[in-house]
Design a protein around this ligand. Structure first.
Ligand SMILES: Nc1nc2c(ncn2[C@@H]2O[C@H](COP(=O)(O)OP(=O)(O)OP(=O)(O)O)[C@@H](O)[C@H]2O)c(=O)[nH]1
Ligand SMILES: Nc1nc2c(ncn2[C@@H]2O[C@H](COP(=O)(O)OP(=O)(O)OP(=O)(O)O)[C@@H](O)[C@H]2O)c(=O)[nH]1
Ligand SMILES: [Mg+2]
Ligand SMILES: [Mg+2]
Lengths: 292, 277
């Protein structure tokens, strides 16, 4: 673990009772390696290390901790602050609540839509309506219809010859007729490089005015998390992030990368394939996991 | 990278290190590769940055082994696709089926994901599009039974190739890795030599976790080759250098999009070119 590695690094400088320029330098090298190993973006790591160095240089020494422990605590606290900041939940003030999910192919959007519907119903007593707006992937509409059936909630009867923006706009009417007050839009996975498909997302946003646009990212995403998140955020002004597949052993450094570059709240974490496997994002847990 | 002094100076190696790390190579593999590249550059007598790509191509060629053609004593050849959730296993089966169809082979797709919503429906659509047969059982069936019965059908009806889909699973899910072992055992019993190829599908956007995925899938069932998907995005897949150094597993194909034609044989030189941007 990072604590062990730092203890080892600091042990080599016996008798040093406090953090100073020299031992901070060596300690920060270990922290940098740990963060890169955890998939935090190279440039985000650079900025983070600079911040920590400034704080470490100015830090008062805590008599109860070794320099290694103190540096870990400093790094951990700084990570928690960056990852959490002001924790925002979902904006449920206006009814109907409209939530749009976007992201790269295979990141877990369709599954997360169903998980969110489950959460909105059980925790907030809302009546969810699911909208399959992926007309490209074979059986994508069927996939969401099956999940809707499992949940016992209504879904829009999309077909592959429809236009996604039309589906979403019409779904708002159908949801109202069904007496639903929460509408969840599942969009097709796409590359941030695909101009027509990114434009499609803008069109859906323009026609449906969702209060929440959640960027769904795979916890195992590497350095590219920054480029992708930046592109989706620039196009759509996302309102939050869901990190999926956190039930594996990915360190999840993408969380810090995405938060740093977009400034948007990490709201939820996918912890499995079941519809109940959705948790609120915890900055302290994410920080410990990133540090390893 | 090739802009400034033009020589392989400290600034060059520093910039290369940053490029490699940002390509997901990881710090350890980057250090190792840079060490190798320095030696190779000198043995190839390359001193200008303009010729550096040749050095990198040569080094990657040495690092990435070539895929082996499996010995198939009796038809059908059986290929089993494995990998974590959402990486592109099902879509890659469609691409491999399409490729085999172009070669005139009779292809049977086996819908071995009996768990995820509409997994079977997804493959049924693909099978029709590429002109492959499809074998499936009811959702919730034992995937080992799907594997067994698909091979049985293939033997009886003269299929050349069986492409077996499996449900996505995290490498850390012990019971699901055991399920993969069971499917493999059932295939071996049913058709000696099967599965002739176990293909691990890895998403190019994956960071260092690809190492853990490869390690655990390889330990569980033995991986013969890797397909690297979604290289049409901005991710470079640099972690595969680390995977190759550690496991010596070949990358057979790369996925370059969502259509059936979007599969290309892996070429080290193209990978090197894309790495250097
Ligand atoms: N273990 C685990 N698997 C997940 C999680 N979220 C989604 N999955 C799985 O990831 C795979 C992809 O999920 P989908 O919901 O189809 O992903 P998607 O983003 O809609 O995919 P596209 O529509 O093709 O872009 C499926 O096998 C899901 O069951 C999670 O939190 N943990
Ligand atoms: N851009 C791009 N998308 C791809 C590629 N390969 C697959 N995809 C997309 O990735 C998403 C997931 O693909 P699937 O084939 O369903 O992945 P899977 O591994 O079978 O997923 P599970 O069965 O849920 O684990 C789909 O939207 C595919 O179209 C590729 O090479 N490039
Ligand atoms: Mg989907
Ligand atoms: Mg699949």
């Amino acid at each position: 673990s990072l604590t062990d590695r730092l203890s080892e690094a600091f042990r080599k400088m016996r008798g040093q009772a406090r953090l100073d320029e020299k031992n901070i330098q060596d300690g920060l090298r270990e922290v940098r390696l740990a963060l890169l190993e955890a998939d935090v973006n190279f440039k985000v790591v650079k900025d983070f290390i600079d911040r920590v160095r400034d704080k470490a240089m100015g830090a008062d020494v805590l008599k109860s901790l070794t320099p290694g422990q103190q540096l870990v605590k400093l790094v951990h606290d700084e990570l928690v602050e960056l990852l959490g900041g002001e924790q925002k939940g979902l904006d449920l003030r206006q009814k109907p609540v409209k939530i749009m999910l976007v992201g790269l192919q295979g990141s877990g959007k369709t599954t997360t839509v169903a998980k969110l519907a489950n959460l909105l119903r059980s925790k907030y007593k809302l009546k969810p309506y699911l909208v399959p707006a992926d007309v490209y992937r074979p059986a994508a509409i069927e996939q969401l219809h099956v999940l809707a059936k499992q949940l016992g909630v209504p879904a829009y009867p999309s077909t592959t010859d429809m236009n996604p923006a039309d589906i979403c706009a019409d779904a708002i009417k159908k949801a109202a007729e069904a007496g639903c007050d929460a509408i969840l839009f599942d969009t097709a996975g796409r590359l941030h490089l695909d101009e027509p498909l990114m434009e499609e997302l803008s069109a859906i946003k323009a026609r449906c005015a969702p209060q929440e646009i959640l960027f769904v990212a795979d916890a195992m995403t590497g350095q590219d998390a920054v480029t992708v998140a930046e592109a989706f955020n620039a196009r759509l002004d996302i309102t939050g992030v869901v990190l999926t597949k956190m039930d594996g052993d990915a360190r999840g450094g993408a969380a810090l990368s995405i938060k740093s570059v977009t400034g948007k709240s990490l709201k939820f974490v996918g912890m499995g394939e079941k519809l109940s496997d959705l948790e609120v994002f915890h900055p302290d847990r994410a920080a410990s996991r990133i540090l390893g | 990278l090739f802009g400034r002094s033009g020589g392989l100076d400290d600034a060059f190696w520093e910039e290369l290190e940053e490029i490699f790390i940002m390509a997901d190579m990881g710090s350890e593999a980057t250090q190792k590769l840079i060490g190798n590249l320095k030696k190779r550059a000198s043995s190839m007598a390359v001193t200008e940055a303009a010729r550096f790509r040749e050095v990198l191509s040569a080094e990657l060629e040495a690092i990435f082994p070539l895929p082996k053609k499996p010995k198939v004593a009796a038809a059908p050849e059986v290929v089993m696709m494995v990998g974590v959730n959402g990486v592109g296993k099902t879509t890659t089966i469609a691409k491999l089926a399409y490729r085999a169809r172009l070669q005139g082979r009779k292809v049977l797709i086996a819908a071995g994901d009996t768990f995820r919503a509409a997994a079977i429906g997804q493959l049924e659509i693909w099978a029709a599009r590429v002109g492959a047969g499809i074998f499936s059982k009811a959702e919730g069936s034992d995937p080992a039974a799907v594997a067994f019965e698909a091979v049985d059908m293939a033997q009886r009806e003269g299929f050349d190739l069986v492409l077996l889909d499996t449900a996505g699973r995290l490498h850390t899910q012990v019971n699901l890795m055991e399920e993969l072992r069971k499917i493999k055992r059932v295939l071996e019993k049913k058709h000696p030599g099967a599965p002739h190829r176990i293909v691990l599908v890895i998403d190019a956007t994956t960071g260092q976790n690809a190492l853990s995925q490869t390690k655990l899938f390889h330990e569980a069932v033995g991986v013969d080759e890797i397909v690297l998907t979604k290289l049409d995005g901005t991710a470079k897949g640099g972690v595969m250098v680390s995977v190759a150094i550690t496991h010596r597993l070949p990358i057979s194909f790369v996925g370059l999009g969502e259509k059936m034609e979007d599969l290309r044989p892996f070429v080290g030189e193209d990978f090197a070119k894309a790495l250097l941007g």
